[in-house]
Design a protein around this ligand. Sequence first.
Ligand SMILES: Cc1cc2nc3c(=O)[nH]c(=O)nc-3n(C[C@H](O)[C@H](O)[C@H](O)COP(=O)(O)OP(=O)(O)OC[C@H]3O[C@@H](n4cnc5c(N)ncnc54)[C@H](O)[C@@H]3O)c2cc1C
Length: 341
Amino acid sequence: MDTILFLAHTEQDGQLPRAALEALGAARQLAVATKGQLVLGLFGAATAPAAAQLGGSGAVKVLALTSPDLAQARYASDAAAAEALAKAAAPSIVVAPATSRLARVLPGVAHRLGGKVDTHITALAAQDGSPVVTRWFYRQRMEATLKRTARPWVLLVDPGTQVAFQADGAAPALEAVALTLSDAQKRTRVKGLRAPKSDAQTIRPDAKVLFVAGAGWTKKQVDGKPHVEEAAKLILDFIGKAQASLGSSKSLADLSGEGNQVLSFLSHMNQIGQTGATPRHPKGLATCCHGEEPHVVGWRFINERRAVNLDPSCGWARGKADVLYVADAFAVMQKVNALLK
Ligand SMILES: Cc1cc2nc3c(=O)[nH]c(=O)nc-3n(C[C@H](O)[C@H](O)[C@H](O)COP(=O)(O)OP(=O)(O)OC[C@H]3O[C@@H](n4cnc5c(N)ncnc54)[C@H](O)[C@@H]3O)c2cc1C
C-alpha cells in the first residue's frame, strides 16, 4: 500500500499557504485513488495554527517539526526538516506545493532519500492503483503523463492547478518530530526581503481577471502623439478597481527596461508568454497587444480570453481570443473604469 506524505512548510503565522492546501487536496485524491494511506508533515517556526486547516483530511497521522530555526527559508535547514519528516513517514509518494521554498529543496531531498522528483505537476491520478501524474513541457505547449517505478517519488504540484482543501472536522493532533541542526546548517541568515514595488502592487496570482497591457499603449495614437501618462492612469485605475493582476507583453516590458517613455510600474516580472509567465486566472483581457504566438503561449491556463485591438486582423482575431473587441483601448478602458465606479 502506498503511503502518501503531504509535505509543507507553514508561513510566519503558523498557517499553511493556499498553495499547500491545493497540494493537500491533490494528495488526498491520490490517496483515495491508489487506496493508499495519507500522512501529513508540516514544518515551520509555528505549526499548531495549521492544525485547524487540516480537520477532516483523513490522514492517519500528522507530523510536525517545529523550530524557530525554520522561521525563514534556508536551504540547509529546510532540506533537513523535509528529510526528517520523510524519514519519519517512510512514504512511497511525497506530494508538496511548489512554493519557492519547497521547489528549491525537494529535488535535493529526493536525492538524499534515494528517490526521484518531478516538478510542475498539474494533475495526479491513479492507473491500475499506481500514481500517474501530468505536467507540461516546452512552455506549456505539450502535456505529458508520467509514471515511475522509483520510490519515494517526490511530486511538486504547481500552485493554481488544484482545488484547495477546506477543513471539515476537528483539528487533528500533531505528532512532534525532532530535528537537530548543526551550526553549519544555520549559518545562512535572511536579513530582509526586497521586492520590486511594481510586483507587490500589480501581480496578484489569485485575481479573477488578468489584465494584459501591450506595446500599443505607448504608440502614437490617432492624433499622431503617444499618450503614455493617460495609459498609465487608465491601466492602474482598472487594476485597482477590479483588483486584477497586471501582465505585459514582451515588447512593453522590454521598452520599460530600455529607459523609453513607458509605464514605470511594469517590470519583466509582469511579462506573459514563452519567455515570461504562464499565470492562471479565470479571465484575461489583453489590451493594445497583438496576440502573437510567443505571447499567447503564456495564456494557456486563462479560461476566458478577451482582447481589445484596433486591428481586426491581429493575432487575437485569428482564433486566439474568445472575444475580440475591435476598438480603441483608451476609449474602452475609460468607459469600463467609469462603469466600475
Ligand atoms: C523567442 C521569442 C520569445 C518571445 N517571448 C515572448 C513572451 O514571452 N511574451 C511576449 O509578449 N512576447 C514574446 N515574444 C515577442 C512577441 O513575438 C511579440 O513581439 C510581442 O508579444 C509583441 O508585443 P505587443 O503585442 O505588445 O506589441 P505590438 O506587436 O507592437 O502590438 C501592439 C498592438 O497594439 C495595438 N494598438 C495600438 N494602439 C491601440 C489602441 N489605441 N487600442 C487598441 N489597440 C491598439 C496595435 O494594433 C497592435 O496590434 C517573443 C519572441 C520571440 C522571438
